[in-house]
Write a protein of this length. Structure first.
Length: 320
Protein backbone atom coordinates (compact mmCIF):
# COMPACT_ATOMS: atom_id res chain seq x y z
CA UNK A 1 0.00 0.00 0.00
CA UNK A 2 2.84 2.37 0.86
CA UNK A 3 4.48 1.82 -2.56
CA UNK A 4 1.22 2.48 -4.40
CA UNK A 5 0.66 5.69 -2.46
CA UNK A 6 4.16 6.93 -3.28
CA UNK A 7 3.61 6.26 -6.99
CA UNK A 8 0.35 8.19 -6.92
CA UNK A 9 2.03 11.16 -5.26
CA UNK A 10 4.84 11.13 -7.84
CA UNK A 11 2.33 10.97 -10.69
CA UNK A 12 0.36 13.88 -9.27
CA UNK A 13 3.53 15.95 -8.86
CA UNK A 14 4.58 15.16 -12.43
CA UNK A 15 1.14 16.09 -13.75
CA UNK A 16 1.20 19.34 -11.81
CA UNK A 17 4.57 20.37 -13.23
CA UNK A 18 3.85 19.55 -16.88
CA UNK A 19 3.57 22.57 -19.21
CA UNK A 20 0.00 23.68 -19.87
CA UNK A 21 0.45 23.08 -23.59
CA UNK A 22 1.02 19.41 -22.84
CA UNK A 23 -2.17 19.34 -20.77
CA UNK A 24 -4.14 20.59 -23.78
CA UNK A 25 -4.33 24.28 -22.83
CA UNK A 26 -2.96 26.41 -25.65
CA UNK A 27 -0.73 29.31 -24.61
CA UNK A 28 -0.32 32.43 -26.75
CA UNK A 29 1.30 35.84 -26.44
CA UNK A 30 -1.35 38.62 -26.21
CA UNK A 31 0.46 41.29 -28.23
CA UNK A 32 -1.53 44.53 -28.57
CA UNK A 33 0.94 46.44 -30.77
CA UNK A 34 -0.13 48.24 -33.94
CA UNK A 35 0.92 46.75 -37.25
CA UNK A 36 0.96 48.02 -40.81
CA UNK A 37 -0.88 45.71 -43.23
CA UNK A 38 -0.45 45.53 -46.99
CA UNK A 39 -2.81 43.08 -48.70
CA UNK A 40 -2.59 42.46 -52.43
CA UNK A 41 -5.05 40.81 -54.75
CA UNK A 42 -5.29 40.60 -58.53
CA UNK A 43 -7.14 43.89 -58.97
CA UNK A 44 -5.92 47.39 -59.79
CA UNK A 45 -8.12 50.38 -59.02
CA UNK A 46 -7.94 54.14 -59.51
CA UNK A 47 -6.84 55.82 -56.25
CA UNK A 48 -6.43 59.45 -57.38
CA UNK A 49 -5.80 61.71 -60.39
CA UNK A 50 -3.17 64.23 -61.45
CA UNK A 51 -4.40 67.82 -61.70
CA UNK A 52 -4.67 67.61 -65.49
CA UNK A 53 -5.57 63.98 -65.89
CA UNK A 54 -6.59 62.65 -69.29
CA UNK A 55 -8.22 59.67 -67.58
CA UNK A 56 -10.51 61.84 -65.46
CA UNK A 57 -11.42 63.93 -68.51
CA UNK A 58 -12.29 60.69 -70.32
CA UNK A 59 -14.72 59.74 -67.53
CA UNK A 60 -12.79 57.50 -65.11
CA UNK A 61 -13.55 57.87 -61.41
CA UNK A 62 -11.77 57.00 -58.16
CA UNK A 63 -12.57 53.38 -57.31
CA UNK A 64 -12.87 52.20 -60.92
CA UNK A 65 -11.22 48.82 -61.40
CA UNK A 66 -9.00 48.47 -64.46
CA UNK A 67 -9.77 45.24 -66.31
CA UNK A 68 -7.81 45.66 -69.55
CA UNK A 69 -5.84 48.08 -71.70
CA UNK A 70 -6.04 47.46 -75.45
CA UNK A 71 -7.39 44.01 -74.67
CA UNK A 72 -4.50 43.07 -72.36
CA UNK A 73 -5.73 41.94 -68.95
CA UNK A 74 -4.64 43.99 -65.93
CA UNK A 75 -3.77 42.11 -62.71
CA UNK A 76 -1.07 44.38 -61.23
CA UNK A 77 0.37 47.85 -61.69
CA UNK A 78 3.22 46.43 -63.78
CA UNK A 79 0.62 45.20 -66.31
CA UNK A 80 -0.49 48.82 -66.75
CA UNK A 81 3.05 50.01 -67.46
CA UNK A 82 3.64 47.19 -69.94
CA UNK A 83 0.37 47.87 -71.80
CA UNK A 84 1.08 51.59 -72.07
CA UNK A 85 4.65 51.00 -73.29
CA UNK A 86 3.27 48.78 -76.06
CA UNK A 87 0.66 51.32 -77.17
CA UNK A 88 1.17 53.48 -80.24
CA UNK A 89 -1.13 56.34 -79.29
CA UNK A 90 -4.67 56.31 -77.94
CA UNK A 91 -5.47 53.32 -75.73
CA UNK A 92 -8.75 51.59 -74.93
CA UNK A 93 -9.17 51.16 -71.18
CA UNK A 94 -11.82 48.73 -69.94
CA UNK A 95 -13.03 49.36 -66.39
CA UNK A 96 -15.76 48.13 -64.06
CA UNK A 97 -17.64 50.46 -61.71
CA UNK A 98 -19.91 48.58 -59.37
CA UNK A 99 -21.57 46.12 -61.73
CA UNK A 100 -21.20 48.27 -64.84
CA UNK A 101 -18.47 47.53 -67.35
CA UNK A 102 -17.38 50.14 -69.88
CA UNK A 103 -14.52 51.05 -72.24
CA UNK A 104 -13.07 54.54 -72.70
CA UNK A 105 -10.41 55.87 -75.08
CA UNK A 106 -7.56 57.85 -73.56
CA UNK A 107 -4.52 59.51 -75.16
CA UNK A 108 -1.61 59.04 -72.72
CA UNK A 109 0.83 61.86 -72.08
CA UNK A 110 4.33 60.99 -73.26
CA UNK A 111 6.94 61.68 -70.56
CA UNK A 112 10.61 60.86 -70.02
CA UNK A 113 9.41 57.93 -67.88
CA UNK A 114 7.08 56.64 -70.58
CA UNK A 115 3.34 57.09 -71.37
CA UNK A 116 1.16 58.20 -68.45
CA UNK A 117 -2.62 58.22 -67.94
CA UNK A 118 -2.50 60.80 -65.17
CA UNK A 119 -3.78 58.41 -62.48
CA UNK A 120 -2.50 56.92 -59.24
CA UNK A 121 -3.18 53.23 -58.90
CA UNK A 122 -3.88 51.02 -55.91
CA UNK A 123 -3.31 47.31 -55.83
CA UNK A 124 -5.07 45.76 -52.87
CA UNK A 125 -5.55 47.50 -49.52
CA UNK A 126 -3.21 49.05 -46.95
CA UNK A 127 -3.91 50.16 -43.39
CA UNK A 128 -3.11 49.54 -39.73
CA UNK A 129 -4.54 47.19 -37.14
CA UNK A 130 -3.55 45.64 -33.83
CA UNK A 131 -1.88 42.24 -33.41
CA UNK A 132 -4.07 40.01 -31.25
CA UNK A 133 -1.77 37.08 -30.57
CA UNK A 134 1.49 35.43 -31.46
CA UNK A 135 2.25 31.71 -31.22
CA UNK A 136 6.00 31.25 -30.56
CA UNK A 137 5.83 27.57 -31.59
CA UNK A 138 4.30 28.09 -35.03
CA UNK A 139 5.38 31.76 -35.49
CA UNK A 140 1.80 32.55 -36.57
CA UNK A 141 0.13 35.80 -35.56
CA UNK A 142 -3.44 37.00 -35.90
CA UNK A 143 -4.77 40.52 -36.22
CA UNK A 144 -8.00 42.53 -36.69
CA UNK A 145 -10.49 39.81 -35.71
CA UNK A 146 -12.37 40.59 -38.94
CA UNK A 147 -11.58 40.54 -42.63
CA UNK A 148 -10.30 43.19 -45.03
CA UNK A 149 -12.73 43.99 -47.84
CA UNK A 150 -12.37 45.16 -51.41
CA UNK A 151 -13.81 48.60 -52.26
CA UNK A 152 -17.03 46.85 -53.36
CA UNK A 153 -17.52 45.39 -49.88
CA UNK A 154 -16.60 41.79 -50.66
CA UNK A 155 -13.83 39.96 -48.78
CA UNK A 156 -10.51 40.69 -50.45
CA UNK A 157 -9.04 37.60 -52.09
CA UNK A 158 -5.48 37.70 -50.77
CA UNK A 159 -2.74 36.70 -53.19
CA UNK A 160 0.15 38.01 -51.09
CA UNK A 161 0.66 40.45 -48.27
CA UNK A 162 3.13 41.91 -45.82
CA UNK A 163 3.10 43.14 -42.24
CA UNK A 164 5.23 46.07 -41.07
CA UNK A 165 6.25 47.41 -37.69
CA UNK A 166 4.29 50.59 -37.01
CA UNK A 167 3.70 53.26 -34.40
CA UNK A 168 0.80 55.58 -33.54
CA UNK A 169 1.62 59.22 -34.29
CA UNK A 170 -1.79 60.76 -33.66
CA UNK A 171 -5.33 59.93 -32.57
CA UNK A 172 -8.61 61.25 -33.91
CA UNK A 173 -11.01 60.83 -31.01
CA UNK A 174 -14.30 59.09 -31.63
CA UNK A 175 -17.64 60.68 -30.91
CA UNK A 176 -21.26 59.79 -31.51
CA UNK A 177 -21.89 59.32 -35.23
CA UNK A 178 -18.23 59.66 -36.18
CA UNK A 179 -15.80 56.82 -35.34
CA UNK A 180 -12.30 57.86 -34.35
CA UNK A 181 -9.05 56.61 -35.80
CA UNK A 182 -5.46 55.80 -34.88
CA UNK A 183 -3.09 57.57 -37.25
CA UNK A 184 -0.06 55.36 -37.76
CA UNK A 185 3.22 55.34 -39.62
CA UNK A 186 5.55 52.50 -40.60
CA UNK A 187 8.81 52.09 -38.72
CA UNK A 188 10.75 50.83 -41.73
CA UNK A 189 10.55 49.69 -45.33
CA UNK A 190 11.29 46.01 -44.67
CA UNK A 191 8.37 43.73 -43.73
CA UNK A 192 8.36 42.10 -40.30
CA UNK A 193 6.22 39.24 -41.60
CA UNK A 194 4.21 37.74 -44.44
CA UNK A 195 0.42 37.49 -44.57
CA UNK A 196 -1.06 34.21 -45.76
CA UNK A 197 -4.80 34.38 -45.06
CA UNK A 198 -7.58 36.99 -45.04
CA UNK A 199 -10.80 35.70 -43.48
CA UNK A 200 -14.00 37.08 -42.00
CA UNK A 201 -12.51 36.29 -38.57
CA UNK A 202 -9.11 37.88 -38.96
CA UNK A 203 -5.96 38.31 -41.00
CA UNK A 204 -3.12 35.89 -40.33
CA UNK A 205 0.58 35.77 -41.04
CA UNK A 206 3.96 34.53 -39.88
CA UNK A 207 6.86 36.43 -38.36
CA UNK A 208 10.19 35.91 -36.61
CA UNK A 209 9.68 39.05 -34.53
CA UNK A 210 9.93 38.82 -30.75
CA UNK A 211 7.21 40.30 -28.53
CA UNK A 212 8.12 41.31 -24.98
CA UNK A 213 4.90 40.10 -23.35
CA UNK A 214 4.24 37.15 -21.09
CA UNK A 215 2.17 34.37 -22.74
CA UNK A 216 -1.25 33.49 -21.39
CA UNK A 217 -3.53 30.45 -21.69
CA UNK A 218 -6.52 30.95 -23.95
CA UNK A 219 -10.01 31.08 -22.49
CA UNK A 220 -12.61 29.01 -24.34
CA UNK A 221 -15.96 30.50 -25.24
CA UNK A 222 -17.77 28.72 -22.43
CA UNK A 223 -15.51 30.38 -19.83
CA UNK A 224 -16.17 33.95 -20.96
CA UNK A 225 -18.54 35.78 -18.61
CA UNK A 226 -20.06 39.21 -18.23
CA UNK A 227 -18.07 41.48 -15.98
CA UNK A 228 -14.68 43.15 -15.81
CA UNK A 229 -11.89 42.47 -18.29
CA UNK A 230 -9.02 44.31 -19.96
CA UNK A 231 -7.91 45.03 -23.51
CA UNK A 232 -4.31 45.45 -24.58
CA UNK A 233 -3.85 48.29 -27.07
CA UNK A 234 -1.36 50.83 -28.37
CA UNK A 235 -2.74 54.36 -28.68
CA UNK A 236 0.56 56.26 -28.59
CA UNK A 237 3.97 55.34 -30.00
CA UNK A 238 4.57 51.59 -30.17
CA UNK A 239 4.18 50.53 -26.54
CA UNK A 240 0.98 48.66 -25.64
CA UNK A 241 -0.72 48.86 -22.26
CA UNK A 242 -3.81 47.36 -20.69
CA UNK A 243 -7.07 49.24 -20.25
CA UNK A 244 -10.15 48.24 -18.28
CA UNK A 245 -13.37 47.26 -20.05
CA UNK A 246 -16.59 45.52 -19.13
CA UNK A 247 -18.10 42.61 -21.01
CA UNK A 248 -21.81 43.42 -21.12
CA UNK A 249 -23.15 40.47 -23.13
CA UNK A 250 -21.85 37.12 -24.35
CA UNK A 251 -23.28 35.70 -27.57
CA UNK A 252 -23.08 32.17 -29.03
CA UNK A 253 -19.75 30.99 -30.38
CA UNK A 254 -21.59 30.00 -33.57
CA UNK A 255 -21.64 33.67 -34.52
CA UNK A 256 -18.87 34.08 -37.10
CA UNK A 257 -19.35 37.81 -37.78
CA UNK A 258 -16.90 38.99 -35.12
CA UNK A 259 -19.65 39.83 -32.65
CA UNK A 260 -19.35 37.29 -29.83
CA UNK A 261 -19.08 39.83 -27.01
CA UNK A 262 -20.50 43.28 -26.37
CA UNK A 263 -17.95 45.37 -24.48
CA UNK A 264 -17.77 48.84 -22.97
CA UNK A 265 -14.60 50.82 -22.30
CA UNK A 266 -14.45 51.91 -18.65
CA UNK A 267 -10.83 53.04 -18.40
CA UNK A 268 -10.64 56.84 -17.88
CA UNK A 269 -7.20 57.09 -19.50
CA UNK A 270 -8.33 55.37 -22.70
CA UNK A 271 -11.57 57.37 -22.83
CA UNK A 272 -9.57 60.58 -22.53
CA UNK A 273 -7.11 59.53 -25.24
CA UNK A 274 -9.45 58.05 -27.85
CA UNK A 275 -13.06 58.47 -26.72
CA UNK A 276 -13.36 54.68 -26.60
CA UNK A 277 -12.84 52.20 -29.44
CA UNK A 278 -11.44 53.67 -32.66
CA UNK A 279 -10.33 52.38 -36.04
CA UNK A 280 -6.91 50.79 -35.77
CA UNK A 281 -7.72 49.15 -32.42
CA UNK A 282 -9.32 46.17 -34.17
CA UNK A 283 -7.48 43.09 -32.98
CA UNK A 284 -6.72 44.41 -29.48
CA UNK A 285 -6.59 41.29 -27.29
CA UNK A 286 -9.30 40.89 -24.64
CA UNK A 287 -8.07 39.36 -21.37
CA UNK A 288 -10.30 38.06 -18.59
CA UNK A 289 -9.36 36.07 -15.47
CA UNK A 290 -5.78 35.78 -16.65
CA UNK A 291 -6.76 34.25 -19.99
CA UNK A 292 -6.75 35.49 -23.58
CA UNK A 293 -10.43 35.24 -24.52
CA UNK A 294 -10.81 37.31 -27.69
CA UNK A 295 -10.16 40.48 -29.65
CA UNK A 296 -11.88 43.82 -30.25
CA UNK A 297 -13.50 43.93 -33.70
CA UNK A 298 -16.09 46.70 -34.06
CA UNK A 299 -17.18 50.01 -32.55
CA UNK A 300 -20.76 51.17 -32.17
CA UNK A 301 -21.02 54.25 -34.39
CA UNK A 302 -23.48 56.03 -32.11
CA UNK A 303 -21.51 55.23 -28.94
CA UNK A 304 -17.72 54.85 -29.36
CA UNK A 305 -17.35 53.71 -25.75
CA UNK A 306 -18.94 50.42 -26.81
CA UNK A 307 -18.13 47.77 -29.37
CA UNK A 308 -17.89 44.07 -30.14
CA UNK A 309 -15.30 41.37 -29.73
CA UNK A 310 -14.68 37.95 -31.24
CA UNK A 311 -13.84 34.79 -29.27
CA UNK A 312 -10.18 33.79 -29.60
CA UNK A 313 -11.35 30.27 -30.49
CA UNK A 314 -13.06 31.60 -33.61
CA UNK A 315 -9.90 33.41 -34.69
CA UNK A 316 -7.75 30.32 -34.16
CA UNK A 317 -10.18 28.17 -36.17
CA UNK A 318 -9.92 30.63 -39.08
CA UNK A 319 -6.10 30.66 -38.91
CA UNK A 320 -5.76 26.89 -39.26
Amino acid sequence: MKKIGTCLILMLLLLYTLPQTVLGVRILVPVGTVVGLELHNNTVTVAAFDDASQARTAGLEVGDQLLAIDGRSIHCTEDVRTALDRSDGTVEVTVVRGKTRSTVRIAPTITDDGPKLGIYLRQGVTGIGTITYYDPETKIFGTLGHGVNDPDGSLLSLTQGSAYEARVVNVRKGRSGQPGQLIGSLCGHSPMGALYRNTARGVFGTTDAAFDTDPLPIGTADTVRTGSATIRSTVAGNTPREYSVEILKVYPAARTNGRNMLIRVTDPTLLEATGGIVQGMSGSPIIQDGKLVGAVTHVLVNDPTMGYGIFIENMLDAAA
